[in-house]
Structure formats: structure tokens, C-alpha cells
Design a protein around this ligand. Structure first.
Ligand SMILES: [Zn+2]
Length: 312
């Protein structure tokens, strides 16, 4: 705790020193007349640039390869936050719950927009439940009220229909903030929504013919996708933690019972446990990425991978 507080003080002091001297700019957010935007995760970069086009600079807070469940702010993030005019939150991820008040206090002038607004949230089911708050508990008193919402699945962006709602929110925000370019933002948003509707149709077609409707994953990121296209997600991870030996034994039993042969993993988490479960069910581990930067292309790939692994 003591170390964490000192790093925070260091961050606050660095930001004050940097902003009181001559303006020091990060590569992602230069003073070029464009709207400086920050987002939490990489897929959101595509969402914002597809609407903002040449009129926005977008940088992400959570670096490629890092997990939104455990990420800590770096001094580089502090500079980006200081320079940002708009922060599009993904909403509900543990990283934001833990850091939002700190982020807001670093730049009180920044417009903070929660892009989960208007999206119907799902709760984790019993076979995929994990608590997002394992890491949050390290942040003393400030997290307690968030625990009431611990059953909410934060992975809203993994259904294209939810992304369309996020695109509308991004459009409204940019059009209001920078009315001079509003017509262009509308045109861009419509074009990207058309792409997302194509993606939705493609996924519906790819995934509808699959007979195996149970999808086993290590980390339960794919609940919104599963709900939308008629799957059931089962998770190995338990409440954000590695499962115990007896839980692993139970998972193996379930996998054998449902004839599961594939365990989907992502690079942001260790694959060791998934690998060992796969060996014991004579199955394989397959990687799909919920956090890739090129969202539409990646989701096409995800659909193809799921369909070829679980398909007929
Ligand atoms: Zn996750």
C-alpha cells in the first residue's frame, strides 16, 4: 500500500511539473488542432477513429498485451491523460473502477464519456462467474461500493450490436464537441455502422450452423458474443483467480460430460491451466483475442476460428 501511494504522489508531482513548464507532448497527443482522445482498450481506437477520421488523435491507456483487469497507470499514461480533451470509457472494467477518480483528478477539464450507456448489460452465469474485483480490493476503501456490481460482465464490446451503440455515443459526443466537422462525423459513423451490420450478419451465418453450442474458455470474455449467437460459455477461471485443484477436477468432469475438445484462451492470461485441462480431455488450446486493435477484421477471424474448431 505504501509503495502504491508513493508512486501515485510521484505521478501527481510529475504531471504538475510537466504542465507548469513548457508544454511537453506525447507522440500520440500533439497540439495539431485535432481533438485529443483517450480510450481504455485497443478496440476502442478503431471505434473512435472510424468516426473521428482525420480530426482526432486517439491513444489507449491499457497497453497491448496487458489485461484491463489488472492494469496500473504509467507515467506515460499520465501525460496522455493530461493532454486529453475527451476520455471514452468502456465502462465496468476493473481498471476503470479502480482508477477513474484518479484519472478525473489528473485532468478535471477532460470530458469523460461512458460508452456502456444504453447497452443492456449481462451478468455472469454460474458456469462463467468470476469476480472482477480481485485486484480492486488492493485499493482500500474506495472500492467497496463497486462490489455490489460484481456480477456484471464488462466485456460489452464483443458483440457488434453493442459496438453500434458505442459508435452512436462517440458520434454524438464528437459532433457536439467539434460541431464544425459534425457532418463528416455523421457520414463516418454511418459507414462504420454499415460495416458492423455486415460483421453481425457474417457472424450470425458462420456461427449458426455449429452443432456444439458449449464453448469452454479460460477467461470469460465472450459472454455477449455467446448470448447474441446462441452459445453457452463455460469458464475455467474462477472469480478472476486460477481455479483450485478440486475446481479443475470438476471442470475436467464437465468438459468430458459435454464432449468438449477445445479450450479458448487469450494472450493476456497464462495458458498453463488451460493447457493442462486440455491434455486431460485429449483436447487442444486455441487462441482468440478479445483485445485486438483492428476490431472488425479480428471479429471475422474469431468467428471463423470458433466455427472451424467447434464446427461439424
Ligand atoms: Zn476480461
Amino acid at each position: 500500500m505504501e509503495i502504491g501511494r508513493n508512486i501515485f504522489l510521484f505521478l501527481v508531482i510529475s504531471v504538475v511539473v510537466m504542465s507548469s513548464g513548457c508544454v511537453q507532448q506525447n507522440a500520440g497527443t500533439v497540439d495539431d488542432g485535432k481533438v485529443n482522445v483517450i480510450v481504455s482498450i485497443l478496440p476502442q481506437k478503431e471505434f473512435v477513429s472510424s468516426v473521428g477520421g482525420n480530426h482526432v488523435n486517439v491513444v489507449e491507456l491499457i497497453s497491448p498485451g496487458a489485461s484491463p483487469h489488472t492494469y496500473e497507470l504509467t507515467p506515460g499514461d499520465a501525460i496522455n491523460i493530461e493532454n486529453a480533451e475527451i476520455y471514452f470509457r468502456i465502462g465496468h472494467v476493473a481498471f476503470e473502477k479502480a482508477h477513474i477518480s484518479r484519472i478525473e483528478s489528473m485532468n478535471p477539464d477532460m470530458l469523460v464519456v461512458d460508452t456502456s450507456e444504453g447497452i443492456t448489460l449481462r451478468e455472469f452465469t454460474e458456469s462463467e462467474e468470476h469476480e472482477e474485483g480481485e485486484h480492486d480490493e488492493e485499493h482500500d476503501g474506495e472500492m467497496h461500493e463497486e462490489h455490489e456490481h460484481e456480477g456484471v460482465d464488462p466485456h460489452i464490446w464483443l458483440s457488434p450490436k453493442n459496438v453500434i451503440i458505442q459508435i452512436e455515443t462517440i458520434h454524438e459526443t464528437l459532433a457536439e464537441y467539434d460541431p464544425e466537422n459534425a457532418a463528416e462525423y455523421r457520414k463516418n459513423a454511418d459507414a462504420h455502422i454499415a460495416r458492423l451490420n455486415e460483421l453481425d450478419a457474417e457472424l450470425r451465418q458462420t456461427l449458426s450452423g455449429i452443432s456444439t453450442k458449449k464453448m469452454m474458455v479460460f477467461h470469460p470474455a465472450w459472454g455477449y458474443l455467446a448470448d447474441e449467437y446462441g452459445f453457452e460459455q463455460m469458464a475455467i477461471e474462477n472469480e478472476g483467480k486460477e481455479p483450485t485443484a478440486s475446481e479443475v477436477a470438476h471442470i475436467i468432469e464437465e468438459a468430458l460430460e459435454h464432449d468438449i475438445k477445445v479450450i479458448f484462451v487469450q494472450s493476456q492470461f497464462s495458458t498453463e491451466t488451460a493447457q493442462s485441462v486440455a491434455e486431460q480431455i485429449n483436447g487442444v488450446v486455441v487462441q482468440i483475442d478479445p483485445l485486438a486493435e483492428n476490431y472488425v477484421d479480428n471479429m471475422m477471424r474469431v468467428g471463423d476460428t470458433i466455427s472451424s474448431e467447434l464446427g461439424n
